[in-house]
Design a binder for this molecule. Sequence first.
Ligand code: COA
Length: 424
Amino acid sequence: MGKALEGVRILDFTHVQSGPTCTQLLAWFGADVIKVERPGVGDITRGQLQDIPKVDSLYFTMLNHNKRSITIDSKNKKGMEILERLVRHCDVLVENFAPGALDRMGLTWERIQQLNPRMIYASVKGFGPGPYADCKVYENVAQCTGGSASTTGFRDGPPLVTGAQIGDSGTGLHLALGIVTALYHRVMTGKGQRVTCAMQDGVLNLARVKMRDQQRLKHGPLTEYSQHGEGIPFGAAVPRAGNDSGGGQPGRILKCKGWEKDPDAYIYFITQAPVWEAICDIIGEPGWKAHADYATPAARLPRLNEIFGRIEQWTMTKSKFEAMDILNERDIPCGPILSMKELAEDPSLRATGTIVEVDHPTRGKYLSVGNPIKLSASTSEVKRSPLLGEQTEEVLRELGYTAEEIAALKQVGATAVLKKAAAE
Ligand code: COA
């Protein structure tokens, strides 16, 4: 079995998280991803949140699998010549620098098209065109400006950001889809194009159901939100809904046995309408099956606090895994709150390659999250991230440079830190 994107060459000019997430996905599918890094420095995340001194951080290693690293100083004339050769050599250029950084280097879209009309030029920026187009953006800024934070948390608390990196990794995913779409378009037309994803747009796309609710508000209260049952009126904008389900089937996070000591002894429980009778049997309320106050979804909506309170009395008598087993037998949708420790140790995630152990020359063995997208006719393996500049000479040779030229490029600081002249 081959790899789906074998033969596609990516000039990876990304750093931190959003861009690297995108190019890592493409690399997992077999694209040759050549990551350009500044000599002596590299992607800033190599040195961020280091758990082992002087060893590439997990932040970097977990976002840069299967890539090759070449060091090039883009502000050096000879360095720019190498970059231009790479633009001719590659199919896709991916970058996520602050707005205008690539233009300032001289790599404008016009110049890229002159060099390679088939090139797909893909960028992540914080915002699309508009008042904030020039702003730098990190994960939590995107969560706040994309509508996620204003709708996350409890009604009587401040806005909250989520642990899932929907701004960075989420936008990287969007960009990867844009790139393969543009590659397909290029197969049909022979032409490259620009692909841009704004992090604000990516988060808003993921928060789509809250924009749905914003419009529903005009026509009355959001009856599935707990605050409706509590008699609290809605304001002009979608409120934070705690752990209420975002869909049409009410759900909550409920305590399980051991919750007093274990911060993750909880289960998400959904009172899906078709299994309501099974729920009544399990929690010991068979009378609720036919009772006018509980028998229909509409009757239950104003009583969700009371109903979930009663269900929680039952879940508190079971561990989250016991509750999961009992509820699954009756097809009741639910899910234990799994800690990162539990996920890291989960044998089924290891078996599918979603959690993988990777060996690294300076760090040793570490765990990573593998490719979550499984293809039936294409393999995908997780290989360690490159050391800074590990493949510089290898890539230069592929670009046609001779051994002498490679040495000269190093000498003039195009691919290595320029050595200061010794004091006279
Ligand atoms: N050689 C020489 N210079 C290089 C280089 C190389 N190989 N690679 C990058 N640089 C330079 C750039 O040209 C730029 O220089 P300039 O400002 O003089 O033009 C500089 O390094 C740094 O770029 P910048 O993107 O401004 O870095 P930053 O650390 O200040 O900002 C972000 C980081 C993430 C805030 C910013 O890049 C950004 O907003 N990106 C877009 C949105 C995004 O992806 N955010 C999420 C990141 S996970």
